[in-house]
Design a protein around this ligand. Structure first.
Ligand SMILES: Cc1cc2nc3c(=O)[nH]c(=O)nc-3n(C[C@H](O)[C@H](O)[C@H](O)COP(=O)(O)OP(=O)(O)OC[C@H]3O[C@@H](n4cnc5c(N)ncnc54)[C@H](O)[C@@H]3O)c2cc1C
Length: 397
């Protein structure tokens, strides 16, 4: 007999995915749910974009993790270092070993500085920043708001960036600010996007291009940053037309992301999943280990990772864990995702779509893919309350 602590369902990662799922499982009557999460603080990450645009503070998005933990859920305040799916064991950094009935892997993704040479060194200087890490979000606004002339470059990678279109929020809100204070004409704004679109939703893409054009933004799509030279403040770019260089006075990065390396080392990824958890993108069940599940930014789901997507993923995983045990049919996830993007400091549009880029609006009316004041108020002030009070409490269906 093993003397390891056993849990009916063990969840790895207490971010948006892990907490929503654990709370949903508890609501559905699952008695023994445990969660492994090392951080003492829970972040409402969508608010980071507003911090980077100077309209929110870091304190607005942080709460003690103990307040986010679902009632009746055992919390291991440690980090998973390895999983052995053949033996159903999970190793923690503090030396403890746990066993499970079902395992849910959702530790999110992490910034991959190595994928963009010079990026780590660049964000250590006052001339470059990112909204993608809490420790840099406030500096982003310091940098953008203190720029009065010169070149501001915004770079959006297409390598697994969580909810990547929201990287346009600091850009379009800063441009609106520069227009108000009268410096817009003195600032050249360059937007360098690795993908072909700003968002995978045709109408919203048009709206965002029009908004950018209205501020005089020079947009380059299908363009990759090969490396950054932080000493000279130069970006080395590559596109179909060849290579080029751009000098910057202020640089904003939505940097490449990757999965935590222990996922691949634990036989949880596959050749095609690039280190992410290799699940069936419809059922979210692991492709080779049927008692392992994946959701959120760490899973290979063939759609834009986002918090909004978890509203649909968490109930599918909760249902399918029970369905596997009882032999009921499994539910499917459509690939639904969402990108709320400000077009100014007073308007926002919501693009909602499935994994094929087909619109999947929550409401038929009004058309939320059009920039509106009411949607900005919702995203900035109402959605955080919905997050803490409903989504993290497992009110998802
Ligand atoms: C700047 C920014 C703005 C965004 N804006 C929006 C938005 O407006 N709308 C939207 O829908 N989405 C947005 N997102 C995306 C959204 O935040 C993510 O998709 C969502 O947080 C994913 O949840 P997750 O639980 O999969 O990952 P995370 O939220 O990253 O949580 C993962 C958790 O796992 C923990 N963990 C990591 N490693 C281990 C380990 N080894 N063992 C145990 N635990 C571990 C981490 O500490 C963390 O708490 C934004 C993201 C960022 C960064």
């Amino acid at each position: 007999m093993s003397h390891h602590q056993h849990h009916d369902v063990l969840v790895v990662g207490g971010g948006n995915a892990g907490i929503s799922l654990a709370a949903k499982l508890r609501r559905d009557g699952c008695h023994d749910v445990a969660l492994v999460e090392p951080s003492p603080v829970h972040h409402y990450r969508p608010m980071l974009s507003f911090v980077a645009a100077g309209t929110a503070r870091l304190a607005d998005l942080r709460r003690p993790q103990s307040q986010a933990m679902p009632a009746g859920c055992r919390w291991y305040a440690s980090r998973v270092t390895a999983v052995d799916p053949a033996r159903s064991t999970v190793e923690l950094a503090d030396g403890e070993t746990l066993t499970y009935g079902d395992l849910v892997v959702c530790p999110g993704s992490e910034v991959d500085w190595d994928a963009l040479p010079g990026s780590r060194e660049a964000v250590a200087t006052p001339a470059a920043s990112t909204s993608y890490l809490p420790e840099h979000a406030e500096q982003t606004w310091t940098m953008l708001s203190s720029l009065t002339a010169g070149t501001a470059v915004f770079v959006i990678s297409d390598q697994h960036v969580p909810c990547s279109p929201v990287a346009l929020k600091p850009l379009l809100m800063a441009a609106d600010h520069w227009r108000t204070v009268g410096t817009l004409g003195a600032i050249d704004i360059e937007l360098v996007v690795e993908g072909t679109h700003l968002v995978d939703h045709a109408r919203a893409d048009q709206e965002l291009r029009a908004a950018a054009e209205g501020y005089g933004v020079h947009l380059r799509t299908s363009t990759t940053v090969d490396r950054i030279d932080p000493a000279q403040q130069v970006l080395h770019l590559r596109s179909l037309e060849g290579t080029s260089e751009v000098r910057y006075d202020a640089l904003y990065l939505a940097p490449p992301h990757r999965a935590p390396s222990w996922i691949a080392a634990s036989d949880l990824s596959s050749e095609s999943s690039a280190g992410f958890v290799a699940v069936d993108p419809l059922t979210l069940q692991h492709r080779t280990h049927p008692r392992v599940w994946g959701l959120g930014d760490a899973a290979d789901l063939d759609t834009l990772p986002s918090g909004g997507a978890l509203r649909k993923q968490a109930p599918v995983v909760a249902h399918n864990i029970a369905a596997r045990r009882t032999g009921r049919p499994m539910r499917h996830y459509s690939g639904y995702s969402i990108a709320p993007v400000t077009t100014s400091r007073s308007r926002l549009l919501l693009a909602e779509f499935d994994r094929h880029g087909r619109p999947e609006p929550t409401l038929r009316f009004p058309d939320l893919a059009r920039p509106r004041r009411s949607t900005l108020v919702f995203d900035r002030y109402v959605e955080p309350q919905v997050y803490w009070r409903r989504l993290l409490r497992g009110h998802v269906s």
